[in-house]
Each structure stands twice: as C-alpha cells, then as structure tokens.
Design a protein around this ligand. Structure first.
Ligand SMILES: O=C(O)CCC(=O)C(=O)O
Length: 271
C-alpha cells in the first residue's frame, strides 16, 4: 500500500487506547499535503467570492459569532460574513478532495486503531474547520460519539484532524483531556492539553475523548481537514448524507482512478 509512512504503529495504537488520542506522524507526504493545502485554499477563496456551491450549508465566522458570542469575544460578526468557519461535504464542493480521502495511510491507520481489517473500514464524513488568525472562534467541549450528524452506537470511529499549518495552543489548536474517553464524568477542562501537530501529521481522536478549543487570537491561521472513518458493521446512530459516505477504500480508490487515471496516486508520491 502506498502513501505516507506511518512508523511505530504499536506506540500509536497504545497511546490511542490509553489516552483517547494520538498524534500520528507521516500521514501525508509533502506532495499530498501540497494537494490538500491547494484544494483548501481554493475552497476558501470560492467561499469568500460567494459561490453558492461552497457557501450552501456552510458556517461563516459571522454565523458562529452571532449564534455563540461567548465563543468569539471582541469579534464584530458583521465584518466576517465572507470568512468560512466550517465547510462540510468536501467532495460535493470539489471532487478532487476524494484524492485526500483516498490516502492509504488514513485507512491503514484506522484499521490498526480500531482493530479491524482494511476491507471493513468505511469513510464517514469530511469538513474543513478553520480558525483564522485573530478572529477564529472557540469550539465547545464535546465528544464526537454524541454528535447528531454522523455517529455510531459502538464508539468505533476515528476522527483525523489534518492541520495545514503547525497547530498548537498559540493558534487555537484543538484542546483535549487525555484519558477522558474512559471517564464519562468527572473531567475538568483545567486538565486540557493542546497537542502540537505539524502539517503532514494527524491528530487521531477516539469517539469518546472530550475535546474543544479556545479562540485563535494568534497571528497564524489554523485550518484543519477533518475526516471521520468507521467500520462497515457498526450500527449508525446518525448518518449524514455526504458524497462517498460509507464507501470502502477500494470504492473510493476506483472513484479516483475512473476520474484521474491510475497515476493520480503515484503523482502525489514523494521522490
Ligand atoms: O477544529 C478543532 O480544533 C476541533 C474540531 C472538532 O472538535 C471536531 O471535528 O470534532
């Protein structure tokens, strides 16, 4: 299987089981990261230009600020109507995002974190979540298992946050409480940590880990591609209707090969 190079699988697996999260190096090669960053930049520009296909059902910095002023103190919502906060269903907006979802390293990592075969892994959903420099809003504390968009009844999901810039506390990086996936009550946000995640690495989240984040008041943007995967046999509590949802690796790979030919994967290989 080609793609990024994941080393230390056992270490990543035991961190994920014990802490409810893992920072996974080597998920994207330099060229794959270049593709992901280029597609995300295009999408942001199309949003700012008001293209309906991109703005439809998406959330702007203004929307979230008006709905939850406490999450974005001091920011004047009216100035940020054209600035995207969350854009979901990435393939529906730009079909080339299928090449990012098809990265073998993500599927392989999901299969070893969930202890299932690669053939049993399915794609759930995608979005681009942004915290623009200086005005990025906070994200409330939550567990992905409780979301009413796309979740399962058995906790068998992995959510990857793939940052396009170095993500840390300084630019509103994801906050999480290690071990909270095994502590349904009794967690305190004072125990939060902010993993530093480099572009090309991913933050893999257990469905029960408590996570959120503070506003970005730093000078660096913080954009993450969010991709959730699960297991075909799971019962779904909620099922968002996105292009390629519930497809297997072979189906998404074939989808890409039909559009861009066999080279579309090797093209993004290093060296
Ligand atoms: O963007 C972030 O820092 C967190 C995103 C998140 O909470 C999620 O996708 O569940």
């Amino acid at each position: 299987m080609d793609g990024g190079l994941i080393v230390n699988e056992e270490g990543i697996k035991s961190a994920f089981a014990a802490d409810g999260y893992a920072v996974v190096p080597g998920l994207l090669t330099g060229r794959q990261l270049g593709l992901a960053a280029r597609l995300s930049r295009d999408l942001i520009e199309r949003y700012r230009a008001g293209e309906r296909l991109v703005t439809r059902d998406a959330i702007s910095v203004a929307d979230v600020t008006l709905r939850h002023p406490e999450r974005n103190p001091g920011v004047d919502a009216a100035r940020w109507e054209a600035e995207p906060f969350i854009i979901g269903d990435l393939v529906a907006r730009d079909v080339r995002f299928a090449q990012v979802i098809a990265l073998p390293s993500l599927w392989k990592c999901t299969s070893f974190l969930l202890g299932c075969s690669l053939q049993d892994v399915v794609f759930h959903h995608s979005n681009l979540t942004r915290k623009p420099a200086g005005v990025g809003p906070a994200i409330g504390w939550h567990r992905d298992a409780s979301n009413t968009y796309f979740s399962t009844t058995d906790d068998k999901t992995v959510r990857f946050l793939l940052p396009l810039q170095l993500m840390s506390e300084d630019n509103g990086g994801t906050a999480l409480i290690p071990g909270s996936h095994e502590a349904p009550q009794g967690c305190s946000s004072t125990d939060a940590i902010f993993p530093r995640v480099s572009p090309g690495f991913g933050l893999a989240l257990h469905s029960q880990i408590l996570h959120g984040g503070y506003p970005n008041r730093g000078s660096e943007n913080r954009d993450v591609i969010v991709l959730q995967f699960g297991v075909a046999s799971s019962t779904l509590a909620y099922q968002g209707n996105e292009i390629l949802s519930l497809c297997h690796y072979s189906e998404i790979r074939n989808f890409c090969i039909r559009r861009w030919g066999n080279d579309c994967f090797t093209d993004y290989e290093e060296g």
